[in-house]
Unconditional design. Structure first.
Length: 609
């Protein structure tokens, strides 16, 4: 195992989905039976990865693993903000995983930061790039309680200016696709070797020297394995996944090697059902069989600094073979769901958004410039009040930047301008261009942010640009003849999202509300309540016997129960006990019976397990 290291990276992300006027996610019928796509993907991926089941040959649970503590991962600020409100248990488990990972990986946490709202950085102006990096780093520090070592670039889209901003903020490394390396050579010097055909060795880190004199480390993931993880059947079997990773080591290498892959985190559970279980089993197998050491980027980088340098292929990404054209032109990159559809709508949409971004910047700079000489530094720091909008936080922020008492009208205007500064970045969220048509919900979401930005421009004393913006959208033709173009999308899908006091917000219902639940979910919730009550008093033999009776009745009736929550609570309490009550014969018998009824191998709770 000496010199062999394995790292699996998951890029966990959902676009911002909140109605920009209500700051709440409305019902999305395509996500049924869940309220919205955030909720659905959480149920299928994010929550399961905090408690992934490891099974034995008889399909009994022998371990429950928080995958976030053993892999490298980034979680988008917009996703974490939603989880913090909508699913505190999953949110907390992700944060706790980073703390556990720090203990495991010599002080290096597995979490990486992410540029704030997933804009394609090479297409952003310098001001927005700087804010995206600073907001991503600040959001990360507030949530994880430490400074970020690494930062994920949306779609791994990269240019040197973006790397400069990252290095200036203390970011030590990022991860790119193999085709994003242009040339490599030893740090000691020598001839550059062209690797634009994807032949960069992904098993080592590289140093990228920047024009400013700064530098940043780059990791290029194993492309073939990552592709087969995302689009093949590697996750059908945890042992097979482990063997695929280990097979990528070079048998004749004399230097330490890191075999690492990076995919969307949603690969594990959402795109591939039970993928989180294959992931947990694979890493467990790698370690228990002594095949390699599981690590993360920050730990590997400290132990084995780069010995080679690299030139980056600027204006490149992992999901567009044409560079970054997928987010500004009609290239052929698409999801594949609609053969024959054209993506010509992307260019006029980008042009319209760029035009609106310039109008927003002019309004923001002119408006805030009346109060502060560096309006863009104020925006960079305004992440403070978006993370904590309490009166105390806002008051401290205004005192730091304005430094004088403000009339209520001026205070409200400044806050509206700062909100304009935020909305004018949200309009560039990458998902708006990624999919196949301008009528997709992700693009509609971007256009809603555009509508809110137009409104804020008017509210802060700027012109009414809405008619001109909508006219520009006419050039963005939809593949759906019923929709026609972006202007129709704006009128029929964007404007109706504005709150109307005479129209009830039926689409809101409540975050977390699903359609009618199956009996197994309802019964499972009752069992979970009993397990959690017992876990609070684990010496209670009567409570265990009641649990045994309830589970036995459900089993005899053939009920299919949702036991996920029950298993989590029982596993945590049972592992803490580790056989301490085994001297009590009645308790011990009931405990083993409940463990088996919940699907566990009871031996995992013994003192020697």
């Amino acid at each position: 195992m000496s010199g062999r290291f394995v790292c699996v990276h998951g890029h966990f992300y959902q676009p911002p989905r909140e109605n920009p006027w209500l700051d709440a996610v409305e019902r999305q019928p395509s996500a049924a039976p869940y309220h919205d796509w955030n909720e659905r993907v959480t149920a299928e991926c994010y929550a399961p990865n905090t408690a992934a089941r490891v099974l034995d040959g008889r399909d009994r649970i022998v371990d429950i693993v928080n995958n976030f503590a053993t892999i490298s991962f980034d979680a988008g600020p917009t996703l974490l903000a939603w989880l913090e409100r909508a699913d505190v248990a999953t949110y907390t488990a992700i944060l706790e995983a980073d703390r556990a990972g720090r203990a495991r990986f010599r002080g290096h946490g597995p979490a990486m930061a992410q540029a704030y709202n997933h804009v394609i950085m090479p297409l952003a102006n310098a001001r927005d790039k700087r804010t995206q990096v600073r907001w991503g780093a600040a959001d990360f520090e507030r949530r994880f309680g430490r400074k970020a070592e690494g930062m994920w670039l949306p779609e791994t889209a990269v240019d040197l200016e973006t790397l400069e901003f990252m290095a200036a903020e203390g970011i030590r490394f990022t991860v790119l696709a193999p085709r994003q390396a242009e040339a490599v050579r030893p740090l000691a010097g020598g001839e550059w070797r062209d690797v634009r055909d994807g032949t960069v060795d992904p098993r080592r880190p590289y140093l990228c020297r920047l024009p400013s004199g700064r530098s940043i480390a780059l990791f290029f993931y194993d492309g073939p394995i990552a592709h087969d993880l995302a689009f093949g059947d590697v996750l059908k079997n945890g042992v097979g996944f482990a063997e695929r990773l280990v097979a990528a080591f070079s048998p004749e290498s004399s230097r330490p090697e890191l075999v690492h892959v990076a995919t969307d985190g949603e690969t594990y559970g959402h795109h591939h059902r039970f993928g989180e279980m294959a992931l947990a089993y694979a890493l467990r197998h790698v370690e228990r069989q002594g095949l390699a050491e599981v690590t993360i980027y920050g730990d590997f980088l400290e132990r084995f600094p780069p010995e080679d340098e690299v030139l980056v292929a600027a204006m490149s990404s992992w999901s567009c073979v044409h560079g970054v054209e997928r987010w500004r032109a009609g290239c052929s990159c698409a999801t594949g769901e609609h053969p024959g559809w054209r993506q010509d709508w992307r260019a006029p949409l980008r042009e319209a958004m760029d035009w609106l971004g310039e109008r927003a910047a002019e309004t923001y700079e002119r408006g805030l410039g009346k109060y502060e000489k560096d309006p863009w530094a104020v925006r960079d720091d305004s992440i403070r009040i978006f993370l904590d909008s309490s009166p105390e936080s806002i008051g401290a922020f205004l005192a730091d930047h304005i430094g004088r008492r403000l009339a209520a009208r001026d205070r409200d205007r400044i806050l509206a301008l700062l909100e304009l500064g935020r909305q004018s970045m949200l309009i560039f969220t990458s998902c708006g261009w990624f999919f196949d048509d301008i009528s997709n919900i992700e693009t509609v979401q971007n256009l809603r942010y555009a509508a809110r930005a137009l409104e804020l421009i008017r509210d802060t004393g700027g012109p009414d640009f809405e008619a001109e913006f909508v006219e520009r959208l006419e050039a963005a033709e939809s593949n759906d003849p019923r929709v026609k173009n972006g202007a129709v999308v704006y009128e029929t899908m964007v404007k109706p999202a504005r709150p109307d006091p005479l129209r009830p917000c039926a689409g809101l219902v409540s975050e977390g509300e699903k359609d009618a639940e199956a009996p197994g979910v309802i019964f499972g919730r009752g069992v979970a309540s009993l397990v959690e009550a017992w876990a609070g008093k684990p010496d209670d033999t009567a409570a265990l016997e009641k649990l045994e009776a309830v589970l036995s009745v459900h089993k005899s009736q053939g009920h299919s129960l949702d036991l996920w929550r029950s298993q989590n609570a029982f596993f945590k309490a049972g592992r803490a006990l580790r056989g301490t009550n085994s001297a009590n014969a009645s308790w011990d018998r009931a405990f083993h019976a409940v463990a088996e009824l919940l699907g566990f191998d009871p031996e995992v709770f013994t003192a020697t397990s």
